[in-house]
Ligand binder design. Structure first.
Ligand code: PLP
Length: 365
């Protein structure tokens, strides 16, 4: 199978919407061209809609989701700040590493992998945290955590504390309500449910967080004070900070346009339907789901590799024979769990059916 066949047959975990791919091939505008700046403003406006926020500082950072994580800690952590991080998988773990590199006094609240974050334990972890951080959709385990409950707890107990949420695998695929939930610092990626190629990190900052940011963070490229003036058309006068990745922003603009045209609710319903179909189908052929019932993400399904089955061999055959890419498990679950993404354009029953049919044949079920 050629690589083009493979890419078009899918499902890879996150095939982009066709509109987003087409936009990548369009003629490239200059990064200061007024037409591009209009497109950038419109992209930020579209991002506000999917984030569920009125935050003025909502923008795509230049880099993948990890740039969002880095910027989130770099701009809001001062050395010695108590930062509580809920850890229930690989990306929570990564947050503790990033926060520590910016000098945070990290208080990691460990959870069993496959379980959602326990808001009460996290809220009880420190008497006055500067930041409470959690992953909304843990891609390593397929688990959704209740960010709204953390936000309500912070509002009731810690008026100064900032809520930092990783929404890389949730944005546009499941409900994300930055303002209603009290998210002060949120970041995402483009290659998951947003349905665009990897390369940008949709980012949002509340007024409360902005007022409390580090004046001069120890990073030049990710200093939001500088980047914000570049992308924020409302501040009057843009100053050059770095060359915007115009093709990627045009692609994000197109992908978000597709999502909003279909309707955010409809897109999320499509994710919910496809995920439920896949998960029911996997159980129907006798496979055991890994993520805790009641907290399963529709866009990322984790399933235990059956006893005696060679995980890597099945993944290899899915890719070679069907063009289907599924992930190995993360961390200690590398060879005992599979991760199946149905995100963005792929979040459809037809795609779920393809995965199920292929697995049925390869596993002889
Ligand atoms: N956070 C979560 C929950 C993720 O799933 C990922 C990537 O899969 C990241 C952060 C890092 O994003 P990226 O790989 O785009 O840098």
């Amino acid at each position: 199978m050629s690589l083009v066949d493979r890419a078009l047959l899918g499902p890879g975990p996150c095939n982009p919407y066709p509109e987003a791919t087409t936009a990548l091939a369009a003629p490239i505008l200059g990064h200061l061209d007024p037409a591009f700046l209009r497109l950038l403003d419109e992209t930020c406006e579209r991002l506000r809609t999917v984030w569920g926020t009125g935050n003025r500082r909502t923008l795509p950072l230049s880099g993948t989701g990890s740039i969002g994580m880095e910027a989130a800690f770099a701009n809001f952590v001062r050395p010695g700040d108590p930062v509580v991080v809920a850890v229930n998988g690989l990306f929570g773990q990564r947050m503790t590493d990033v926060a520590a590199r910016y000098g945070a006094n990290v208080i990691a609240v460990e959870h069993e992998w496959g379980q959602p974050v326990d808001p009460e334990r996290v809220l009880d972890a420190h008497p006055s945290p500067r930041i409470i951080a959690a992953v909304h959709a843990e891609t390593s385990t397929g688990v959704e955590s209740d960010i709204g409950a953390l936000g309500r707890g912070i509002a009731a107990r810690f008026p100064e504390t900032l809520l930092l949420a990783d929404c890389v695998t949730s944005l546009a695929g499941i409900d994300v309500r930055a303002d209603d939930w009290g998210i002060d610092i949120g970041y995402s990626g483009t290659q998951k449910c947003v349905g665009v190629a990897p390369g940008l990190a949709p980012f949002t900052v509340s007024e409360k967080a902005w007022a409390a940011r580090v004046e001069q963070p120890p990073t030049w490229y990710l200093d939001l004070g500088m980047i914000g003036s570049y992308v924020d058309g409302q501040s009057g006068g843009r100053t050059y900070h770095h060359t915007a990745p115009v093709a990627m922003i045009a692609s994000l603009h197109a992908g978000l346009g597709r999502v909003l045209e279909e309707g955010l609710d409809a897109v999320q319903a499509r994710h919910a339907e496809a995920g439920a179909y896949l998960q029911d189908g996997l159980e129907a052929i006798g496979l055991e789901l890994f993520a805790a019932k009641g907290s399963r993400l529709p866009e990322l399904t984790t399933v235990r590799v059956p006893e005696g089955v060679d995980s890597a061999q099945v993944r290899g055959r899915l890719l070679e024979e069907y063009g289907i890419e599924i992930g190995a498990g993360a961390g200690a679950y590398a060879s005992t769990v599979w991760r199946i993404g149905l995100m963005g354009h792929n979040a459809r029953i037809a795609r779920a059916e393809l995965v199920l049919g292929a697995l049925r044949r390869l596993l002889g079920r």
